[in-house]
Design a protein around this ligand. Structure first.
Ligand code: ATP
Length: 233
């Protein structure tokens, strides 16, 4: 579904992604594991069109998407939930969900709001509340719900567990699983690698902007080198 081939991304003089190669098959949950500053968020921003690669190729369903704008990528089916959630704080929950549907004008919109509310019942209760007054967990749910309103084929999630209590994290990860099982492919970036690998099919380890290893997520969980570097302590 998605393929990155020898992708190079710079921030000025900083070479943030170095000949990055990555593949995601339809139906998978894939996790990017790596230390702070390894290039995980940069990878997601590059896929969603917020950053442009200096060289290399990005293909989505066989089509080159290097030169497409972020809005066009949403139309193609790529939706990004950025780190730190970034809901529109002065808008209500409902208005935030409507923003997520900005590319659409079809008859199934109402149905889809209902789907979001059955996935996240708390959002229905908070429908008229300003998003900025929601708890951290509720804001994360709203950020995911808003992204789902564009009906993505590929959902990019950046640190969904950040700053949340363990019980809320578990709830969010159960929902990520559910979203995947109902047909959405997921690329996940997560500091909590243990948790992420447990829900993922495959994973890539990224270090200093380069892919260091790739493999089956469950096997990675058992790998001594991976455990020592990313899962313990
Ligand atoms: P974290 O988990 O800490 O967010 P990350 O793996 O997501 O880490 P990135 O945010 O992708 O890492 O950053 C990769 C590298 O690019 C880092 O060295 C970082 O300092 C640098 N970088 C990121 N954003 C910018 C920016 N806007 N300007 C300059 N350098 C940046």
């Amino acid at each position: 579904m998605l393929e990155l081939k020898n992708v190079n991304v710079y921030y000025g003089a900083i070479h943030a992604l170095k000949n990055l190669n990555l593949k995601i098959n339809e139906g998978e949950i894939v996790t990017l594991v790596g230390a702070n500053g390894a290039g995980k968020s940069t990878t997601l921003k590059t896929i969603s069109g917020l950053l442009k690669p200096e060289s290399g190729e990005i293909k989505f369903n066989g089509e080159s998407i290097n030169n497409l704008k972020a809005t066009d990528l949403v139309k193609l089916g790529i939706s990004h939930v950025p780190e730190g959630r970034r809901v529109f704080p002065k808008m209500t929950v409902m208005e935030n969900l409507e923003m997520g549907a900005f590319i659409r004008n079809d008859k199934e919109l109402n149905n889809d709001y209902e789907k979001i509310f059955s996935l996240f019942p708390i959002l229905e209760k908070r429908k008229e509340q300003l998003a900025g007054t929601l708890s951290g967990g509720e804001q994360q749910m709203l950020a995911i719900g808003r992204a789902l309103m564009s009906r993505p084929k590929l959902l990019l999630l950046d640190e969904p567990s950040m700053g949340l209590a363990p019980i809320i994290v578990k709830e969010i990860f159960d929902i990520i699983n559910n979203i995947n099982e109902t047909g959405t492919t997921v690329l996940l970036v997560e500091q909590n690698a243990n948790l992420a690998l447990n829900v993922s099919h495959r994973a890539y380890i990224i270090r200093n902007g380069e892919i260091e290893a790739e493999g089956n997520a469950r096997e990675m969980l058992k790998d001594d080198k991976v455990r020592k570097a990313y899962l313990e302590g």
